[in-house]
Write a protein that binds this ligand. Structure first.
Ligand SMILES: [Ca+2]
Ligand SMILES: [Ca+2]
Ligand SMILES: [Ca+2]
Length: 558
Protein backbone atom coordinates (compact mmCIF):
# COMPACT_ATOMS: atom_id res chain seq x y z
CA UNK A 1 0.00 0.00 0.00
CA UNK A 2 2.89 2.27 0.71
CA UNK A 3 4.12 1.29 -2.73
CA UNK A 4 0.90 2.57 -4.24
CA UNK A 5 1.37 5.96 -2.67
CA UNK A 6 5.01 6.07 -3.65
CA UNK A 7 4.28 5.07 -7.21
CA UNK A 8 1.61 7.70 -7.46
CA UNK A 9 3.81 10.41 -6.03
CA UNK A 10 6.44 9.64 -8.63
CA UNK A 11 3.96 9.54 -11.45
CA UNK A 12 2.59 12.90 -10.43
CA UNK A 13 5.94 14.55 -10.11
CA UNK A 14 5.60 17.84 -11.97
CA UNK A 15 4.92 19.55 -8.70
CA UNK A 16 5.30 23.13 -9.80
CA UNK A 17 2.33 24.99 -8.45
CA UNK A 18 1.57 26.70 -11.70
CA UNK A 19 -1.74 28.39 -12.22
CA UNK A 20 -4.54 26.14 -13.34
CA UNK A 21 -2.61 23.00 -14.15
CA UNK A 22 -4.41 21.07 -16.89
CA UNK A 23 -6.44 18.07 -15.74
CA UNK A 24 -4.15 15.10 -15.13
CA UNK A 25 -5.18 11.49 -14.89
CA UNK A 26 -3.80 9.83 -11.76
CA UNK A 27 -1.66 7.04 -13.13
CA UNK A 28 0.73 4.53 -11.63
CA UNK A 29 2.58 2.00 -13.77
CA UNK A 30 0.53 3.13 -16.77
CA UNK A 31 -2.70 2.16 -15.02
CA UNK A 32 -5.42 4.67 -14.36
CA UNK A 33 -8.57 4.44 -12.32
CA UNK A 34 -11.78 4.82 -14.26
CA UNK A 35 -14.64 6.04 -12.06
CA UNK A 36 -17.85 4.49 -13.31
CA UNK A 37 -21.30 5.55 -12.14
CA UNK A 38 -24.53 3.62 -12.48
CA UNK A 39 -28.13 4.68 -11.99
CA UNK A 40 -29.36 3.53 -8.60
CA UNK A 41 -27.11 1.34 -6.49
CA UNK A 42 -26.42 -1.94 -8.31
CA UNK A 43 -24.87 -4.85 -6.43
CA UNK A 44 -21.46 -6.35 -7.14
CA UNK A 45 -22.87 -9.03 -9.43
CA UNK A 46 -24.67 -6.53 -11.62
CA UNK A 47 -21.61 -4.29 -11.78
CA UNK A 48 -19.40 -7.22 -12.67
CA UNK A 49 -21.76 -8.26 -15.45
CA UNK A 50 -21.67 -4.74 -16.87
CA UNK A 51 -17.98 -3.84 -16.71
CA UNK A 52 -16.10 -6.90 -15.42
CA UNK A 53 -14.53 -7.51 -18.83
CA UNK A 54 -12.56 -4.26 -18.52
CA UNK A 55 -10.99 -5.12 -15.16
CA UNK A 56 -11.95 -6.12 -11.63
CA UNK A 57 -14.60 -3.62 -10.44
CA UNK A 58 -13.97 -2.05 -7.03
CA UNK A 59 -16.63 -0.42 -4.87
CA UNK A 60 -15.85 3.27 -4.32
CA UNK A 61 -19.16 4.65 -3.03
CA UNK A 62 -21.65 1.88 -3.86
CA UNK A 63 -24.50 3.73 -2.08
CA UNK A 64 -24.22 6.36 -4.79
CA UNK A 65 -23.62 3.81 -7.56
CA UNK A 66 -19.89 4.65 -7.89
CA UNK A 67 -17.41 1.89 -8.79
CA UNK A 68 -13.98 1.87 -10.36
CA UNK A 69 -11.81 -0.28 -12.59
CA UNK A 70 -8.02 -0.12 -12.83
CA UNK A 71 -7.01 -0.32 -16.45
CA UNK A 72 -4.42 0.94 -18.93
CA UNK A 73 -4.99 4.67 -19.26
CA UNK A 74 -5.78 4.80 -22.95
CA UNK A 75 -8.38 7.04 -24.46
CA UNK A 76 -10.42 4.31 -26.12
CA UNK A 77 -11.18 2.44 -22.92
CA UNK A 78 -13.39 5.13 -21.47
CA UNK A 79 -15.56 5.10 -24.58
CA UNK A 80 -15.89 1.33 -24.45
CA UNK A 81 -16.91 1.41 -20.79
CA UNK A 82 -19.41 4.18 -21.52
CA UNK A 83 -21.10 1.90 -24.03
CA UNK A 84 -21.49 -0.91 -21.50
CA UNK A 85 -25.10 -1.58 -20.44
CA UNK A 86 -26.33 0.55 -17.55
CA UNK A 87 -23.23 2.75 -17.29
CA UNK A 88 -24.20 6.36 -16.69
CA UNK A 89 -20.79 8.02 -16.66
CA UNK A 90 -17.13 7.06 -16.81
CA UNK A 91 -14.18 9.37 -16.25
CA UNK A 92 -10.58 8.93 -15.29
CA UNK A 93 -9.84 9.79 -11.66
CA UNK A 94 -8.04 13.14 -11.81
CA UNK A 95 -5.28 14.60 -9.66
CA UNK A 96 -6.08 17.18 -6.95
CA UNK A 97 -3.69 19.22 -4.89
CA UNK A 98 -3.86 20.92 -1.49
CA UNK A 99 -4.51 24.65 -1.63
CA UNK A 100 -1.64 25.69 0.59
CA UNK A 101 0.57 28.48 -0.72
CA UNK A 102 4.28 27.83 -0.79
CA UNK A 103 5.56 30.73 1.24
CA UNK A 104 8.37 32.72 -0.27
CA UNK A 105 11.81 31.96 1.13
CA UNK A 106 12.19 35.56 2.22
CA UNK A 107 11.70 36.62 5.81
CA UNK A 108 8.20 36.03 7.04
CA UNK A 109 5.74 38.85 6.64
CA UNK A 110 6.01 41.54 9.24
CA UNK A 111 3.76 40.61 12.13
CA UNK A 112 0.33 42.09 11.95
CA UNK A 113 -0.08 45.43 13.64
CA UNK A 114 -0.77 44.52 17.25
CA UNK A 115 -4.46 44.08 17.71
CA UNK A 116 -6.08 45.73 20.65
CA UNK A 117 -6.52 42.90 23.10
CA UNK A 118 -10.13 42.39 23.90
CA UNK A 119 -10.89 40.71 27.18
CA UNK A 120 -12.48 37.56 25.79
CA UNK A 121 -13.11 35.20 28.61
CA UNK A 122 -11.60 31.89 29.44
CA UNK A 123 -9.18 30.77 26.70
CA UNK A 124 -5.60 31.11 27.86
CA UNK A 125 -4.24 29.30 24.81
CA UNK A 126 -1.10 31.26 24.01
CA UNK A 127 -1.74 32.45 20.49
CA UNK A 128 -5.32 33.30 21.24
CA UNK A 129 -4.48 35.15 24.44
CA UNK A 130 -1.75 37.23 22.82
CA UNK A 131 -3.89 38.14 19.81
CA UNK A 132 -1.73 36.30 17.27
CA UNK A 133 -4.85 34.54 16.00
CA UNK A 134 -6.02 37.71 14.26
CA UNK A 135 -8.64 35.67 12.40
CA UNK A 136 -10.66 35.23 15.61
CA UNK A 137 -10.83 38.93 16.50
CA UNK A 138 -12.42 42.10 15.17
CA UNK A 139 -12.18 43.74 12.75
CA UNK A 140 -11.55 40.53 10.81
CA UNK A 141 -14.50 38.64 12.21
CA UNK A 142 -17.53 38.54 14.47
CA UNK A 143 -16.45 35.22 15.97
CA UNK A 144 -16.44 35.09 19.74
CA UNK A 145 -15.74 32.32 22.19
CA UNK A 146 -19.31 32.68 23.46
CA UNK A 147 -20.52 31.28 20.11
CA UNK A 148 -18.84 27.96 20.92
CA UNK A 149 -20.79 27.40 24.13
CA UNK A 150 -23.46 25.07 22.78
CA UNK A 151 -22.58 21.71 24.28
CA UNK A 152 -23.10 19.27 21.43
CA UNK A 153 -21.38 20.16 18.21
CA UNK A 154 -21.25 17.87 15.21
CA UNK A 155 -18.33 15.84 14.00
CA UNK A 156 -16.07 17.61 11.53
CA UNK A 157 -14.20 15.38 9.09
CA UNK A 158 -10.85 16.77 7.92
CA UNK A 159 -10.08 15.17 4.54
CA UNK A 160 -6.39 15.91 4.22
CA UNK A 161 -2.91 14.51 4.95
CA UNK A 162 -4.05 13.20 8.33
CA UNK A 163 -3.75 14.71 11.83
CA UNK A 164 -0.75 14.30 14.17
CA UNK A 165 -2.34 12.52 17.14
CA UNK A 166 0.82 12.98 19.24
CA UNK A 167 0.58 16.77 19.07
CA UNK A 168 -0.36 18.34 22.44
CA UNK A 169 -3.53 19.82 20.88
CA UNK A 170 -4.65 16.40 19.62
CA UNK A 171 -3.31 13.86 22.13
CA UNK A 172 -4.21 12.59 25.57
CA UNK A 173 -7.44 11.31 27.06
CA UNK A 174 -9.32 14.47 26.05
CA UNK A 175 -8.29 14.20 22.39
CA UNK A 176 -11.28 14.95 20.18
CA UNK A 177 -10.00 12.69 17.38
CA UNK A 178 -12.38 9.90 16.35
CA UNK A 179 -12.74 7.32 13.58
CA UNK A 180 -9.44 7.93 11.75
CA UNK A 181 -9.19 6.46 8.26
CA UNK A 182 -6.77 6.52 5.37
CA UNK A 183 -8.25 6.32 1.88
CA UNK A 184 -4.69 5.49 0.72
CA UNK A 185 -3.89 2.54 2.97
CA UNK A 186 -7.53 1.66 3.78
CA UNK A 187 -6.45 1.39 7.41
CA UNK A 188 -8.17 2.99 10.36
CA UNK A 189 -5.23 5.24 11.03
CA UNK A 190 -4.61 8.72 9.70
CA UNK A 191 -1.41 10.09 11.18
CA UNK A 192 -0.31 13.23 9.35
CA UNK A 193 2.30 12.12 6.80
CA UNK A 194 2.32 15.38 4.84
CA UNK A 195 5.68 17.10 4.45
CA UNK A 196 4.09 20.42 5.39
CA UNK A 197 1.75 19.08 8.08
CA UNK A 198 -1.16 20.40 6.06
CA UNK A 199 -3.87 18.27 7.69
CA UNK A 200 -2.83 19.05 11.26
CA UNK A 201 -2.82 22.76 10.41
CA UNK A 202 -6.24 22.66 8.74
CA UNK A 203 -7.69 20.70 11.69
CA UNK A 204 -6.42 23.29 14.18
CA UNK A 205 -8.15 26.13 12.34
CA UNK A 206 -11.50 24.34 12.42
CA UNK A 207 -11.34 22.76 15.85
CA UNK A 208 -8.19 23.11 18.00
CA UNK A 209 -9.38 22.55 21.57
CA UNK A 210 -9.55 25.26 24.21
CA UNK A 211 -6.99 23.60 26.48
CA UNK A 212 -4.69 26.34 27.66
CA UNK A 213 -2.05 25.72 25.01
CA UNK A 214 -1.37 26.90 21.50
CA UNK A 215 -4.34 27.89 19.40
CA UNK A 216 -8.14 27.88 19.53
CA UNK A 217 -10.28 26.54 16.69
CA UNK A 218 -13.46 28.13 15.40
CA UNK A 219 -15.48 25.17 16.76
CA UNK A 220 -13.14 23.88 19.47
CA UNK A 221 -12.93 20.10 19.56
CA UNK A 222 -13.62 18.16 22.72
CA UNK A 223 -14.06 14.44 23.26
CA UNK A 224 -17.73 13.54 23.13
CA UNK A 225 -18.79 17.10 22.38
CA UNK A 226 -17.22 18.32 19.16
CA UNK A 227 -15.28 15.55 17.54
CA UNK A 228 -12.77 15.70 14.75
CA UNK A 229 -12.38 12.88 12.23
CA UNK A 230 -9.01 12.62 10.47
CA UNK A 231 -9.44 11.17 6.98
CA UNK A 232 -6.27 10.83 4.96
CA UNK A 233 -6.86 11.61 1.30
CA UNK A 234 -3.62 13.26 0.19
CA UNK A 235 -0.15 11.80 -0.19
CA UNK A 236 3.02 13.14 1.44
CA UNK A 237 3.36 15.86 -1.17
CA UNK A 238 -0.21 17.05 -0.94
CA UNK A 239 -1.62 15.29 -3.99
CA UNK A 240 -4.90 13.49 -4.04
CA UNK A 241 -7.24 11.95 -6.61
CA UNK A 242 -10.94 11.93 -7.22
CA UNK A 243 -11.06 8.30 -6.15
CA UNK A 244 -9.36 8.85 -2.77
CA UNK A 245 -11.52 11.90 -2.10
CA UNK A 246 -14.70 9.98 -2.86
CA UNK A 247 -13.59 7.16 -0.56
CA UNK A 248 -12.85 9.75 2.11
CA UNK A 249 -16.25 11.41 1.79
CA UNK A 250 -17.91 8.03 2.02
CA UNK A 251 -16.03 7.15 5.21
CA UNK A 252 -16.83 10.53 6.77
CA UNK A 253 -20.56 10.36 6.02
CA UNK A 254 -20.91 6.74 7.10
CA UNK A 255 -19.18 7.59 10.38
CA UNK A 256 -21.42 10.46 11.28
CA UNK A 257 -19.65 13.59 10.04
CA UNK A 258 -21.98 16.55 9.55
CA UNK A 259 -19.28 18.79 8.12
CA UNK A 260 -16.65 17.59 5.62
CA UNK A 261 -13.68 19.88 4.95
CA UNK A 262 -11.61 19.50 1.78
CA UNK A 263 -8.76 22.00 1.40
CA UNK A 264 -7.68 20.82 -2.04
CA UNK A 265 -8.77 20.84 -5.65
CA UNK A 266 -7.90 20.88 -9.30
CA UNK A 267 -9.42 21.46 -12.71
CA UNK A 268 -11.70 18.94 -14.40
CA UNK A 269 -15.02 17.69 -13.05
CA UNK A 270 -16.83 14.40 -12.93
CA UNK A 271 -20.54 13.48 -12.73
CA UNK A 272 -19.60 10.62 -10.39
CA UNK A 273 -18.07 13.04 -7.87
CA UNK A 274 -21.10 15.34 -8.13
CA UNK A 275 -23.25 12.35 -7.35
CA UNK A 276 -21.25 11.57 -4.22
CA UNK A 277 -21.55 15.20 -3.09
CA UNK A 278 -25.33 14.96 -3.63
CA UNK A 279 -25.42 11.70 -1.68
CA UNK A 280 -23.49 13.25 1.22
CA UNK A 281 -25.83 16.26 1.17
CA UNK A 282 -28.92 14.06 1.22
CA UNK A 283 -27.32 12.05 4.03
CA UNK A 284 -27.02 15.18 6.17
CA UNK A 285 -23.40 16.24 5.60
CA UNK A 286 -22.28 19.62 4.26
CA UNK A 287 -19.04 19.71 2.26
CA UNK A 288 -16.81 22.80 2.57
CA UNK A 289 -14.03 23.26 -0.01
CA UNK A 290 -11.22 25.73 -0.75
CA UNK A 291 -11.56 27.43 -4.16
CA UNK A 292 -7.83 27.35 -5.01
CA UNK A 293 -4.86 29.68 -5.17
CA UNK A 294 -4.36 30.26 -8.88
CA UNK A 295 -5.27 33.91 -8.40
CA UNK A 296 -6.60 34.35 -11.87
CA UNK A 297 -9.45 36.63 -12.66
CA UNK A 298 -12.27 34.37 -13.72
CA UNK A 299 -9.74 31.55 -13.99
CA UNK A 300 -10.61 27.92 -14.38
CA UNK A 301 -12.97 26.57 -11.74
CA UNK A 302 -11.39 24.02 -9.43
CA UNK A 303 -13.18 20.91 -8.24
CA UNK A 304 -14.54 19.79 -5.83
CA UNK A 305 -15.15 23.51 -5.05
CA UNK A 306 -17.15 23.88 -8.26
CA UNK A 307 -19.71 21.14 -7.60
CA UNK A 308 -23.27 22.04 -6.75
CA UNK A 309 -24.11 21.86 -3.07
CA UNK A 310 -20.61 22.48 -1.68
CA UNK A 311 -19.60 25.66 0.06
CA UNK A 312 -16.62 27.19 -1.80
CA UNK A 313 -14.34 29.38 0.30
CA UNK A 314 -11.95 32.16 -0.79
CA UNK A 315 -9.18 33.70 1.34
CA UNK A 316 -9.16 36.99 3.27
CA UNK A 317 -5.99 38.88 4.22
CA UNK A 318 -5.02 39.94 7.70
CA UNK A 319 -4.46 43.56 8.68
CA UNK A 320 -0.83 43.30 7.58
CA UNK A 321 -0.20 44.60 4.09
CA UNK A 322 2.10 42.10 2.39
CA UNK A 323 2.43 42.94 -1.25
CA UNK A 324 1.89 41.22 -3.57
CA UNK A 325 -0.53 38.85 -1.81
CA UNK A 326 -2.35 41.29 0.41
CA UNK A 327 -2.43 44.84 -0.94
CA UNK A 328 -5.49 45.75 1.16
CA UNK A 329 -5.83 45.10 4.91
CA UNK A 330 -8.60 42.55 5.52
CA UNK A 331 -9.32 42.44 1.77
CA UNK A 332 -9.42 39.46 -0.58
CA UNK A 333 -6.03 37.79 -0.98
CA UNK A 334 -4.67 38.27 -4.47
CA UNK A 335 -3.92 34.54 -4.83
CA UNK A 336 -7.54 33.57 -4.14
CA UNK A 337 -9.37 32.30 -7.22
CA UNK A 338 -12.06 34.51 -8.70
CA UNK A 339 -14.85 32.56 -10.31
CA UNK A 340 -18.39 31.32 -9.67
CA UNK A 341 -17.17 28.58 -7.29
CA UNK A 342 -16.62 31.27 -4.62
CA UNK A 343 -19.48 31.29 -2.12
CA UNK A 344 -17.93 33.08 0.85
CA UNK A 345 -14.61 34.52 2.06
CA UNK A 346 -12.81 33.65 5.31
CA UNK A 347 -9.38 34.38 6.82
CA UNK A 348 -6.69 32.64 4.77
CA UNK A 349 -3.39 34.53 5.05
CA UNK A 350 -0.93 34.63 7.94
CA UNK A 351 -2.84 31.90 9.80
CA UNK A 352 -1.21 30.22 12.80
CA UNK A 353 -2.22 26.68 13.68
CA UNK A 354 -0.90 23.31 14.85
CA UNK A 355 1.67 21.35 12.80
CA UNK A 356 3.63 18.12 13.38
CA UNK A 357 7.05 18.55 15.05
CA UNK A 358 9.06 18.11 11.82
CA UNK A 359 7.55 21.15 10.11
CA UNK A 360 9.98 24.08 10.03
CA UNK A 361 8.46 26.17 7.27
CA UNK A 362 6.63 29.14 8.78
CA UNK A 363 7.35 27.85 12.29
CA UNK A 364 6.47 30.23 15.11
CA UNK A 365 7.27 27.81 17.92
CA UNK A 366 7.70 24.03 17.87
CA UNK A 367 4.37 22.54 16.81
CA UNK A 368 2.91 25.82 15.54
CA UNK A 369 3.38 27.43 12.15
CA UNK A 370 1.93 30.09 9.92
CA UNK A 371 0.50 29.11 6.54
CA UNK A 372 -1.58 30.77 3.90
CA UNK A 373 -3.93 29.72 1.14
CA UNK A 374 -7.59 29.05 0.56
CA UNK A 375 -6.71 25.78 2.33
CA UNK A 376 -6.68 27.81 5.54
CA UNK A 377 -9.94 29.64 4.75
CA UNK A 378 -12.10 26.55 4.20
CA UNK A 379 -11.70 25.09 7.73
CA UNK A 380 -12.67 28.44 9.27
CA UNK A 381 -16.02 28.06 7.47
CA UNK A 382 -16.21 24.36 8.34
CA UNK A 383 -15.97 25.45 11.98
CA UNK A 384 -18.72 28.03 11.48
CA UNK A 385 -20.90 25.37 9.84
CA UNK A 386 -20.39 23.13 12.88
CA UNK A 387 -21.46 25.97 15.18
CA UNK A 388 -24.58 26.58 13.07
CA UNK A 389 -25.50 22.89 13.21
CA UNK A 390 -24.91 22.96 16.98
CA UNK A 391 -27.14 25.98 17.49
CA UNK A 392 -29.91 24.43 15.38
CA UNK A 393 -30.33 20.73 16.14
CA UNK A 394 -32.04 19.08 13.19
CA UNK A 395 -30.80 21.64 10.67
CA UNK A 396 -30.23 20.27 7.17
CA UNK A 397 -27.16 20.91 4.98
CA UNK A 398 -29.37 23.01 2.71
CA UNK A 399 -30.32 25.29 5.61
CA UNK A 400 -26.78 25.61 6.93
CA UNK A 401 -25.37 26.25 3.46
CA UNK A 402 -27.86 29.02 2.77
CA UNK A 403 -27.57 30.46 6.27
CA UNK A 404 -23.83 30.93 5.87
CA UNK A 405 -24.27 32.55 2.46
CA UNK A 406 -27.27 34.67 3.47
CA UNK A 407 -25.56 36.09 6.55
CA UNK A 408 -22.18 36.85 4.92
CA UNK A 409 -21.08 40.47 4.90
CA UNK A 410 -20.92 41.82 1.36
CA UNK A 411 -17.45 42.62 -0.02
CA UNK A 412 -16.28 44.13 -3.29
CA UNK A 413 -18.92 44.93 -5.92
CA UNK A 414 -22.39 45.16 -4.44
CA UNK A 415 -24.18 41.83 -4.04
CA UNK A 416 -22.89 38.47 -5.06
CA UNK A 417 -19.76 38.66 -7.23
CA UNK A 418 -17.28 36.17 -8.63
CA UNK A 419 -14.35 37.37 -6.49
CA UNK A 420 -15.93 37.28 -3.06
CA UNK A 421 -19.19 35.37 -3.57
CA UNK A 422 -21.72 36.44 -0.97
CA UNK A 423 -18.95 38.10 1.06
CA UNK A 424 -17.09 37.61 4.31
CA UNK A 425 -18.41 34.84 6.51
CA UNK A 426 -20.14 36.29 9.57
CA UNK A 427 -20.04 33.68 12.37
CA UNK A 428 -22.15 35.64 14.85
CA UNK A 429 -24.96 36.28 12.38
CA UNK A 430 -24.82 32.70 11.07
CA UNK A 431 -25.05 31.19 14.55
CA UNK A 432 -27.56 33.57 16.14
CA UNK A 433 -30.04 34.47 13.38
CA UNK A 434 -32.97 32.15 12.59
CA UNK A 435 -32.30 29.63 9.83
CA UNK A 436 -33.99 29.91 6.43
CA UNK A 437 -36.79 27.43 5.81
CA UNK A 438 -35.63 24.07 4.59
CA UNK A 439 -35.45 23.14 0.92
CA UNK A 440 -36.62 19.59 1.64
CA UNK A 441 -36.21 18.20 -1.87
CA UNK A 442 -32.46 18.87 -2.14
CA UNK A 443 -30.24 17.43 -3.51
CA UNK A 444 -32.34 17.25 -6.69
CA UNK A 445 -30.36 18.84 -9.49
CA UNK A 446 -30.50 15.88 -11.84
CA UNK A 447 -32.29 12.57 -12.21
CA UNK A 448 -29.52 10.53 -10.59
CA UNK A 449 -29.91 12.55 -7.38
CA UNK A 450 -33.61 11.69 -7.06
CA UNK A 451 -33.25 8.06 -8.04
CA UNK A 452 -34.39 6.85 -4.63
CA UNK A 453 -37.06 9.51 -4.08
CA UNK A 454 -40.67 8.30 -4.26
CA UNK A 455 -42.48 9.71 -7.28
CA UNK A 456 -45.05 12.42 -6.64
CA UNK A 457 -48.61 11.46 -7.48
CA UNK A 458 -50.59 14.54 -8.59
CA UNK A 459 -52.45 16.50 -7.42
CA UNK A 460 -49.70 17.92 -5.23
CA UNK A 461 -48.32 21.26 -4.11
CA UNK A 462 -44.63 21.52 -3.20
CA UNK A 463 -42.62 24.28 -1.56
CA UNK A 464 -38.95 24.68 -2.41
CA UNK A 465 -36.16 27.17 -2.94
CA UNK A 466 -34.21 28.06 -6.06
CA UNK A 467 -31.23 30.30 -6.83
CA UNK A 468 -29.98 31.19 -10.29
CA UNK A 469 -26.37 31.09 -9.06
CA UNK A 470 -26.24 28.27 -6.54
CA UNK A 471 -29.30 26.07 -6.99
CA UNK A 472 -30.63 26.75 -10.48
CA UNK A 473 -32.34 23.41 -11.21
CA UNK A 474 -34.80 21.30 -9.23
CA UNK A 475 -35.98 17.91 -10.51
CA UNK A 476 -39.17 16.17 -9.31
CA UNK A 477 -40.09 12.60 -10.23
CA UNK A 478 -43.81 12.31 -10.95
CA UNK A 479 -46.07 9.37 -11.72
CA UNK A 480 -47.76 9.72 -15.12
CA UNK A 481 -50.01 7.55 -17.26
CA UNK A 482 -50.10 7.49 -21.04
CA UNK A 483 -52.79 9.79 -22.39
CA UNK A 484 -53.10 11.81 -19.21
CA UNK A 485 -52.69 15.55 -19.27
CA UNK A 486 -50.23 16.75 -16.66
CA UNK A 487 -50.61 20.40 -15.69
CA UNK A 488 -47.65 22.10 -14.00
CA UNK A 489 -47.48 25.61 -12.65
CA UNK A 490 -45.08 27.46 -10.38
CA UNK A 491 -45.24 30.72 -8.41
CA UNK A 492 -42.40 32.82 -7.14
CA UNK A 493 -42.27 36.44 -6.07
CA UNK A 494 -38.52 36.77 -6.47
CA UNK A 495 -37.31 34.37 -9.16
CA UNK A 496 -38.10 33.99 -12.85
CA UNK A 497 -38.78 30.33 -13.57
CA UNK A 498 -39.16 27.97 -16.44
CA UNK A 499 -40.82 24.54 -16.27
CA UNK A 500 -40.06 21.54 -18.46
CA UNK A 501 -41.30 17.95 -18.61
CA UNK A 502 -39.05 14.96 -19.34
CA UNK A 503 -40.65 11.57 -20.11
CA UNK A 504 -40.15 8.23 -18.34
CA UNK A 505 -36.83 6.67 -19.27
CA UNK A 506 -34.87 9.94 -19.21
CA UNK A 507 -31.43 9.40 -17.62
CA UNK A 508 -30.19 12.96 -17.31
CA UNK A 509 -31.49 16.45 -17.97
CA UNK A 510 -28.03 17.82 -18.73
CA UNK A 511 -28.20 16.64 -22.33
CA UNK A 512 -31.00 16.03 -24.79
CA UNK A 513 -34.32 17.86 -24.92
CA UNK A 514 -37.42 17.85 -22.76
CA UNK A 515 -40.76 16.63 -24.11
CA UNK A 516 -42.19 20.09 -23.40
CA UNK A 517 -41.03 23.37 -21.92
CA UNK A 518 -42.42 26.81 -21.14
CA UNK A 519 -41.45 29.37 -23.74
CA UNK A 520 -40.51 32.12 -21.36
CA UNK A 521 -39.30 32.43 -17.85
CA UNK A 522 -41.63 34.26 -15.49
CA UNK A 523 -42.78 34.46 -11.90
CA UNK A 524 -45.78 32.28 -12.78
CA UNK A 525 -44.95 29.82 -15.56
CA UNK A 526 -47.36 27.04 -16.44
CA UNK A 527 -47.18 24.09 -18.76
CA UNK A 528 -49.52 21.28 -19.81
CA UNK A 529 -48.37 18.08 -21.50
CA UNK A 530 -50.10 14.91 -22.62
CA UNK A 531 -47.97 12.01 -21.42
CA UNK A 532 -47.13 9.65 -24.24
CA UNK A 533 -45.82 6.94 -21.92
CA UNK A 534 -46.70 5.66 -18.45
CA UNK A 535 -44.17 5.56 -15.65
CA UNK A 536 -41.90 7.90 -13.79
CA UNK A 537 -41.63 11.24 -15.58
CA UNK A 538 -39.74 14.30 -14.43
CA UNK A 539 -40.88 17.86 -13.84
CA UNK A 540 -37.94 20.27 -13.94
CA UNK A 541 -37.99 23.82 -12.55
CA UNK A 542 -35.16 26.12 -13.62
CA UNK A 543 -34.31 29.60 -12.43
CA UNK A 544 -33.58 32.04 -15.26
CA UNK A 545 -33.04 34.90 -12.80
CA UNK A 546 -33.34 35.66 -9.10
CA UNK A 547 -33.56 33.48 -6.05
CA UNK A 548 -36.12 32.64 -3.41
CA UNK A 549 -38.96 30.37 -2.40
CA UNK A 550 -41.47 29.03 -4.90
CA UNK A 551 -44.47 26.74 -5.01
CA UNK A 552 -44.94 24.04 -7.61
CA UNK A 553 -48.50 22.85 -8.30
CA UNK A 554 -49.03 19.57 -10.16
CA UNK A 555 -52.42 18.40 -11.42
CA UNK A 556 -53.53 15.83 -13.94
CA UNK A 557 -56.67 14.88 -15.85
CA UNK A 558 -58.70 11.89 -14.61
CA1 LIG B 1 -5.44 24.90 22.17
CA1 LIG C 1 -20.10 41.59 -3.29
CA1 LIG D 1 -33.84 23.69 -4.74
Amino acid sequence: MRALAAALAVALLPAAATAADPPRVATADGLGTLLVSFPGAPDAGEVHAAIGRFGEPRAVAPEAGIWSVRAPADAGLRDRVLRAPGVRSAEWSLVRRVDERARQAQAPAAPAAPLPLTPVGPPTDEYYANGRQWSLFPPATTWGVDLTGTPARPRIAILDSGIDSTHPEWSGPASPLVAPYSAWTRRQSAEDWGRTGHGTHVAGIAAAPINGIGVVGVAPGARGVAEVMPVQISDRDGYSTDETMIRGIRWAVRNGAKVVNISAGGVGSSPAFQRVVDWAFSSGALTVVSVGNDGQDYGAVNYPAGYRGVLGVAAQCSGAVTAPDCPTPYGLARFSNRNPSVDVVAPGADIISSVPPWVRQGMVSPGYAVKEGTSMAAPFVAGVAALVFAANPGATPSQVLRQIKNTATDMGPRGRDASTGHGLVNPRAAVTLPLPVDDPHEANSDIAAVRRVAAIVPPATLSAFIDVDDDPVDVYPVTVRAGQVLRMSARSSSARLRISYWPPGTRTITSGRPAATTRRASGAPSLAVTASRSGRGYVVVRAAAGRGAYRLILRRSR
